[in-house]
Write a protein that binds this ligand. Structure first.
Ligand SMILES: NC(=O)c1ccc[n+]([C@@H]2O[C@H](COP(=O)([O-])OP(=O)(O)OC[C@H]3O[C@@H](n4cnc5c(N)ncnc54)[C@H](OP(=O)(O)O)[C@@H]3O)[C@@H](O)[C@H]2O)c1
Length: 262
């Protein structure tokens, strides 16, 4: 059920972190992958790594917030592979700031990349999925789609809003496209060690000791920790699952605040 041989998976945010890791997992599961991000050299390096492992991969430079760029990317992927079965929307940015401190530019970046990027990629991939009456869309939302930090300097109001939007779009698309054989689900990673989080959070000793004390698994997510859930939602193992939001947070979301920080 988890086998992805013969499937074509498009991965946005494939130039680093969770997207790059997921591309490796897709190749191990037997899929061909199309790697999307803006940093072309990184994509070419990952492509070479995946091909060396015996996989089929292509690198497509694309800005997911730009409609022309997304359309051209999806056309070239469908041209190369002849179809698209899976879309993993992992591209994202996470600017710091509250409604009082965020610049309009940072607000727009979060909305345009995290939310509009998910919309645009879906817009140009879904017609290919409809043709085969088969598709799996997996949106990387966040633990912070439904929860927010109480204290500075961790405010990320634009990020919170954009990821809640991703979950709203997930439900809307799931309701509409089930009849086309397409499932749409989202994932809420807790804290994972990637470029997005490494300098500000993972390297912050005080923060990590607080985080580890409130997380049932006592650690942040590491390499591969998200891939089981991504493969589940990207493969036939989840054919009757749609419109769902699955938290992969080491259990952080189920801990009561009583007794913490004492
Ligand atoms: N790490 C965590 O703790 C965590 C927790 C919850 C959710 N998430 C979510 O997981 C996803 C992956 O994040 P990550 O942790 O792996 O961070 P990351 O290492 O910073 O990766 C972000 C990726 O998004 C791509 N990207 C950014 N803007 C783009 C654009 N306009 N067009 C195309 N690609 C773009 C980046 O590539 P280029 O710069 O090359 O374009 C990069 O590949 C994000 O949606 C993030 O919000 C992460």
């Amino acid at each position: 059920m988890f086998d992805m041989k013969g499937k074509v998976a498009v991965v946005t945010g494939a130039s680093s972190g969770l997207g790059a890791d997921a591309a490796r997992a897709y190749i191990e599961a037997g899929a061909a992958v199309a790697l999307i991000a803006r940093r072309k050299e990184r994509l070419e390096n990952l492509k070479a790594e995946l091909i060396a492992k015996g996989g089929r991969a292509m690198a497509v430079q694309c800005d997911v917030s730009d409609e022309e760029s997304v359309k051209a990317a999806c056309d070239s992927i469908a041209g190369e592979y002849g179809k698209i079965d899976v879309l993993l929307n992992a591209a994202g940015v996470s600017p710091l700031g509250s409604v009082e401190t965020l610049s309009e530019k940072d607000w727009d970046a979060a909305m345009n990349i995290n939310l509009k990027g998910t919309f645009l990629m879906s817009k140009y991939v879904i017609p290919h999925m409809k043709k085969n009456h088969y598709g799996k869309i997996v949106n990387i939302a966040s633990f912070n789609a439904g929860k927010a930090d109480k204290f500075e300097p961790f405010f990320r109001h634009a990020y919170n809003a954009s990821k809640a939007g991703v979950n709203g779009l997930t439900v809307a698309m799931a309701a509409s496209y089930g009849q086309n054989g397409i499932t749409v689900n989202s994932i809420g990673p807790g804290l994972f060690d990637t470029e997005m989080t490494h300098d500000d959070l993972i390297e912050n000793e005080g923060f990590m000791s607080w985080f580890n004390s409130r997380n049932p698994m006592c650690r942040p997510g590491g390499k591969g920790d998200l891939n089981g859930t991504i493969l589940y939602l990207s493969s036939d193992a989840s054919n009757y699952v749609t419109g769902q939001f699955i938290l992969v947070d080491g259990g952080a979301s189920i801990v009561d605040i009583a007794g913490l920080d004492m």
